[in-house]
Design a protein around this ligand. Structure first.
Ligand SMILES: C[S@@+](CC[C@H](N)C(=O)[O-])C[C@H]1O[C@@H](n2cnc3c(N)ncnc32)[C@H](O)[C@@H]1O
Length: 273
C-alpha cells in the first residue's frame, strides 16, 4: 500500500504496530508480533507499561479539557488509533475541541484518516516530530490550530524514541516558544532503571528499532526546562493524578503496589507561564 509516496513495510517491525499489538490491537504484522511476543513471553507483566501510559494520557486530556479553557491539542507521535484516542476523550467533554495527530508511520495515516473521516475537527498529519517547524507550519496544523490561543502539546511515549543528538529538549523548546502562555505540555517517558528486566526491555527495543534513549527523572524534567511542572510532578504513570472512575486502561487504580513495569514509565504535565 502506498501513502503519500511511501509504502507500509510489513517486513520490518514498526514502533506504532508493535505498540498496537501490545495494547491488543489488530493493526500489526507477524514481524511486529514477533517483537511483541518477546515482551509477552520473556518479560511477564511488561505490557502494563503500555496500559499505564494510555491511562495517564487519557486522564491528562480529560483534566486539561475540564480544568483549563484549552480546546486544541497537538498529539506528537500519536500512534495507531486505539481505545479512547485523544479526540474522543477531549470531544466527550468539549465537542468543539480540535486535535491534530502527528506520526511518521504511514499506517497511522491510513487508519487515522479512516477513523476520522466523519470528524472535521481532527486531522492526521504524517510528519516527523524531530522537525517541529515542519509540523507546526503544516497546512493541516494551521487549518485547525490557532496559535494565538493556548494549546495542549502531547508528547506521550515519544521522546524516548528521540536520541540525544536529535535534541529532544530542542523539540520541546520549539513548541514552548511558539505557543502562548497557558499552553500545557503532557509528557510520558521511559525511565532508565537499574534492574535486569527493564534493562532487557530497553535492549530489545534499541536493537529492534536501532534508536531510543531512556532517561533519568532529572533528564526527563530537564526536557521541560522553562515550563512550570504541575502537581504531582513527574511520577510513575499510574501515580499521575489517579482517578477511581472506570477507565478501559486502568484495572484496579493506583491503590495497589506498582510493578517494576508500571514504574518504568513516568508522566508529567507542565504549563507555559
Ligand atoms: C510508543 S508509540 C506512542 C503512541 C501514543 N503517543 C501513546 O502514548 O499511546 C510511539 C509513536 O511515535 C511514533 N514515532 C516514533 N518516532 C517518530 C518520529 N520521529 N516522528 C513522528 N512519529 C514518531 C511511532 O510511529 C509511534 O506511533
Amino acid at each position: 500500500m502506498t501513502v503519500e509516496g511511501s509504502s507500509i513495510d510489513s517486513t520490518r517491525p514498526s514502533i506504532a504496530r508493535v505498540y498496537d499489538y501490545l495494547l491488543g490491537g489488530k493493526d500489526n504484522y507477524a514481524v511486529d508480533r514477533k517483537v511483541g511476543d518477546v515482551f509477552f513471553r520473556d518479560l511477564p507483566g511488561s505490557v502494563a507499561i503500555a496500559f499505564a501510559n494510555r491511562a495517564a494520557l487519557t486522564r491528562a486530556v480529560a483534566q486539561i479539557v475540564t480544568t483549563t479553557g484549552i480546546r486544541q491539542f497537538i498529539d506528537l507521535g500519536s500512534g495507531l488509533p486505539t481505545a479512547d484516542n485523544v479526540h474522543q476523550v477531549a470531544q466527550r467533554h468539549a465537542p468543539e475541541s480540535r486535535i491534530v495527530y502527528v506520526d511518521n508511520d504511514p499506517q497511522v495515516l491510513v487508519h487515522g484518516c479512516a477513523l476520522l473521516e466523519q470528524n472535521d475537527r481532527t486531522r492526521v498529519v504524517r510528519a516527523d516530530v524531530r522537525d517541529p517547524e515542519g509540523v507546526r507550519t503544516h497546512p493541516d496544523t494551521l487549518e485547525l490550530i490557532d496559535f494565538d490561543r493556548p494549546v495542549a502539546v502531547v508528547l506521550s511515549a515519544i521522546l524516548h524514541h528521540v536520541n540525544d543528538e536529535e535534541d529532544p529538549a530542542g523539540i520541546v523548546r520549539h513548541w514552548r516558544d511558539h505557543v502562548p502562555s497557558g499552553s500545557h505540555f503532557f509528557v510520558s517517558h521511559f525511565r532508565s532503571g537499574d534492574n535486569p528486566e527493564t534493562a532487557e526491555a530497553e535492549r530489545v527495543l534499541q536493537q529492534t528499532f536501532g534508536r531510543g534513549r531512556w532517561r533519568t527523572d532529572e533528564e526527563i524534567a530537564s526536557l521541560l526546562d522553562g515550563l512550570e511542572i504541575l502537581d504531582p510532578g513527574i511520577v510513575p504513570a499510574p501515580l499521575w493524578r489517579p482517578d477511581t472512575a472506570p477507565n478501559p486502561w486502568n484495572a484496579g487504580g493506583a491503590e495497589r503496589e506498582l510493578s517494576v513495569w508500571e514504574r518504568l514509565i513516568v508522566a508529567g504535565l507542565a504549563r507555559k507561564t
